[in-house]
Design a protein. Sequence first.
Length: 200
Amino acid sequence: MDVLAGRLEASLKPLKEHLSAPFLLTEDGSAGTAILASGERAFDLAAAVQEAAWPVKLRHTLAAAPPAGAAGRDDAVRAKALKLLRGMDRHAVLRVDLPGRTAEECGLADAVARLHRSLTLDWTEGRWSAVRAYRRHGRQADVARELGVSQQAVSQMLLGARLRELTAAEDALRAWLAEPRRTTLWPLKLRGAGDSSAGV
């Protein structure tokens, strides 16, 4: 458990400024929750936790928080996220419960998250170490120095870890989460001359 706690702390360090409340493990250590200032970085958090827990398979939920200043807000959103987690289909990886997001969109987000997790579960210890080091340093030369291998070996490890595909999935989900939430359907269909259909 101490090893996992150390890994988690290192993985979450780059996301610390995006957290409005810390990452907390449940008493039995079976689940963890965090509250982000913005949902845009939610999948980055999920990916960081998954990498820290590798090779354990994790599942994630994303729930909207009550308005800022609401009594018991943090506890309420943590409880909601844990309830969603308990109710997840056993094959799902990401369950999103956000206003303005359709079931189809949320299903696609889960499919991307499942692809992301399947790539990480194919890793070896060397690939896992290379990805974690690359996330910290951002340069293959620095990773090679840290791991005591050649830069070519690092390149091969990152290629084998499918880092390009992983980051593409992360970018796609980050962009989706950054989109404004819709409260109506677009484009609006306006009633015109000879058109008897109502606008939405």
